[in-house]
Design a protein around this ligand. Structure first.
Ligand code: PLP
Length: 365
């Protein structure tokens, strides 16, 4: 069985050494020394000023909206993992879906303005598959209309544009360190912010709003990362570059073999961008390829090559959201086109040459 992903795991003996330290200290959560160390190391690795660790990648989204007091309507993309829109729902905010750009799969900045109403308070884009959004254009619109920008950067760990982290865009960015992501802490996540005061406020909010033993500054939640997963994260950070390099080799092999296949398209690297090769989506043009996306997907499954149809169905098609005016498929033609033609090929650091060939054998005719 070739799976779509495989978790990056730390060396077990090294992890055991760190577990012993935790056991000896009896300090197992609440901003312990490994938690502090991982926040520092991540800020430095990611080239961002401040990082706050979370227990998963959904809670920093929910907390960012709380911290910035976002209300009313928020413009977002339907072409993402459901958590993006769920974070709005959990804050009582109405999602307004805007179509994506076919060249990147990201929110099309040229379509944002038409969706702004007097109730709009923020834009929540996603760097889908780790491909950076047009952050400059999005910020210009946000500045013109006085909107906040929160990036769901769950896919964009380590992604840089012209040497700068894409995580520095907007008011805040959030990351997921779930087992399926490029960098994982089993379950985990983080928020990236620009200044110390915001970091302080977020650190309060992720610990029930406690600012000291007897002071609660707001209706916070409990979304802190514990020492065990912080230790795991410290070890994984040391090998993530190697893992991304291995993924890059897989992407190069896929591209070389698929470039000449009629009816199969994929993304190339973007100029000036340091990619993380988190996903390898291909898009099937049924007429040219001679087989539908779903037939190819099933054929791959039968050969024990497990691709995934990320992101099908679109978030706007789920029962919670499909009644919204902006969820009308006529409003989202590009997102529907991508959702109906995509297969994410197996992409991880342990794929061998034989594995890659087995995947390609299913697609190249
Ligand atoms: C994985 C993911 C999340 C949620 O992260 P969890 O750590 O699983 O809570 C949010 N948004 C996107 C785009 C994701 O891919």
């Amino acid at each position: 069985m070739i799976t779509v992903t495989s978790p990056l795991l730390p060396d077990l003996d090294e992890f055991y050494g760190m577990l012993k330290e935790i056991w000896n200290s009896k300090y197992i959560t609440n901003n312990g020394s490994f938690h502090k160390q991982l926040e520092k190391e991540l800020a430095s690795y990611l080239k961002v000023p401040y990082v706050s660790l979370f227990t998963n990648g959904t809670l920093p989204l929910i907390t960012a909206l709380q911290a910035l007091r976002v209300t009313g309507e928020v413009i977002t993309t339907p072409y993402s993992f459901v958590a993006t829109t769920h974070a709005l729902w959990w804050n009582g905010i109405k999602p307004v879906f805007v179509d994506v750009d076919l060249k990147t799969g990201n929110l099309d900045p040229d379509k944002i303005e038409a969706a702004i109403t007097p109730k709009t308070t923020a834009i929540m884009p996603v760097h889908v598959y780790g491909k950076p959004c047009d952050t400059k254009k999005i910020q210009e619109i946000a500045d013109r209309y006085g909107l906040k920008v929160i990036y769901d950067a769950a896919h964009a760990f380590g992604v840089e544009v012209n040497g700068e982290s894409v995580l520095n865009a907007g008011d805040m960015s959030t990351l997921s360190f779930h087992a399926t992501k490029v960098y994982n802490t089993i379950e985990g996540g983080a928020m990236v912010m620009h200044d110390e005061k915001t970091k302080q406020r977020i650190d309060y909010l992720k610990n029930f709003g406690f600012a000291g033993e007897t002071t609660v500054v707001g209706p916070g939640i409990n979304s802190k990362m514990d020492e065990v997963r912080a230790a795991y994260g410290i070890l994984n950070l040391r090998q993530v570059d190697e893992s991304i390099a291995a993924r890059r080799e897989v992407a190069v092999a896929y591209r070389n073999a698929l470039r000449s296949v009629d009816g199969v398209s994929f993304f190339d690297d973007m100029p000036g961008v340091k990619h993380n090769y988190s996903y390898f989506p291909i898009f099937i043009d049924e007429r040219k390829y001679g087989m539908s996306r779903d037939d190819l997907y099933m054929k791959m499954r039968e050969a024990k090559v497990l691709g995934r149809r990320y992101f099908y169905p679109l978030i706007s098609e789920f029962s919670t959201y499909r009644g919204l005016e902006s969820a009308d498929p006529n409003n989202l033609p590009n997102a529907h086109k991508m959702a109906n033609t995509v297969i994410c090929l197996p992409m991880h650091h342990t794929l061998s040459k034989e594995d890659i060939n087995r995947v390609l054998d299913q697609i190249v005719k």
